[in-house]
Design a protein around this ligand. Sequence first.
Ligand code: MCA
Ligand code: AMP
Length: 481
Amino acid sequence: MSPLFPALAAPDGRPALRFGDRTLGYAELAATATALAARIDGARRIAVWATPSADTAIGVMAALLAGVPAVPLNPRSGERELAHVVADSAPELVIAEADAALPSALDGIERVTVPVVPESGGPAAPLPEPDRESPALIIYTSGTTGPPKGAILPRRALAATLDALADAWQWTGDDVVVHALPLFHVHGLVIGVLGPLRRGGSMRHIGRFDTAAVARELSDGGTMLFGVPTMYHRVAAAVRDDAGLVAALSGARLLVSGSAPLPLPDHRRITGATGRQVVERYGMTETLMNTSVRADGEPRAGSVGVPLPGVDLRLVDDDGGVLDTYDGRTIGEIQVRGDNVFTGYLNRRDATEAAFSAGWFRTGDMAVRDADGYIRIVGRRATDLIKSGGYKIGAGEIENALLDHPGVAEAAVTGEPDDDLGERIIAWVVPADPAAPPAPDELAAHVASELAAHKRPREVRFLDALPRNDMGKVTKRELGR
Ligand code: MCA
Ligand code: AMP
């Protein structure tokens, strides 16, 4: 396989990555990542403490150069979730910023910091290019029940998805991507950081999402904006009275939204103010990117566009029959295959087998297809999966964390529509002592410290008992009626 990042082998003076006021050129990135790659070469698997920083990008790049699988860790993980990821992935070492305070779940794992290497004195000899099927990244993703599973992404999947997006978005080395996404998921790390580096272009990470920073970067050389719908919802609210933001968005080459559906009112507000259509693309941790509205295609709000080059996509009905309908009405599950698809879940052969049907990956997303092949996602097979702020969250993992709290006798978790977050997590709780239920804030803080802040309930509703059917199973549909 040819190198994943040709621009690293022939660095010119161009900036590669910018985090806050730290800019990393291709020469510095190549020298530093190559030195770090030599340090970690031979390790079976490593972890990267994935703060939104240059060190995270260098750490991941070093792992990719060395052919060592890397597990990006959410630096905001709670104790239980981090302990699970560390035990499951068993990293030999963790790459972290020198001043990061690492939690006890990482005790006993060797800590490595990014070396300081003079640009000119970087090691010359590149490491041999690993096999295309070898695992590059292991990214943890939630299911309906149980703890998150590690999706193993081989090198060819990264190459396939990034090249397909280059085709769909006419993405080149001249593009400057602007975003504020976390670096422990596919969206921010693979598309947002590795994407620009594969093209030989640039990325600017603005830290915490903020429309003023978006306006500043897009009016100062940024060409593409990547974000989740919550970010575009905030953009849609701000364009009403921010002429600078309107001008910046109007001048951008491409505004891309993904990770969850972008509601039509947000599309309309942004287009109404700027004349620009936000382009939606559809992906998944296990499949990387599957479809997109193309830069050279007809824009269409509410659609995730057409299958990307190299992605086979089919719609399958409830009986397993393949649909050949292009009527914009008949609903089927999206199944995909192609070089973009992962190889399986780490240590979870059962879950891997269940995820495929005769070689096709079952996404669990339900969609219709228009006459011209455009896909519209209409829902999800699993009601116990919640998308909040673009993060996928399993109801079961939150229920388990709530049940760990001494004040909780029974718990059920649902998602409710939310203008800003898409869905908002609601916890339905039967208190252990009805006379003294735990405070909602305390339960939210408990979930945040066990799992992650984005998994905390935004609202807690107390009940005397959970609704159950004759079999004793909680009937979530009855909740909130
Ligand atoms: C609040 N915080 C707490 C608590 N409450 N911390 C601990 N305990 C608590 N009880 C803190 C948070 O850590 C955070 O800190 C701050 O308060 C606000 O948090 P939050 O309310 O969660 O922020 P938000 O306003 O809801 O965030 C919106 C967001 C975020 C910025 C849009 O949801 C986000 O970054 N989403 C991106 C998700 C994403 O990348 N998904 C990709 C996966 P502080 O203020 O310091 O930050 S999907 C994917 O990869 C596929 C392939 C795809 O298709 O893309
Ligand atoms: P994750 O498992 O966190 O990678 O999230 C993947 C899921 O996000 C998909 O299975 C979809 O349900 C959802 N998703 C991603 N992009 C879009 C989009 N543009 N529109 C609707 N849903 C999306």
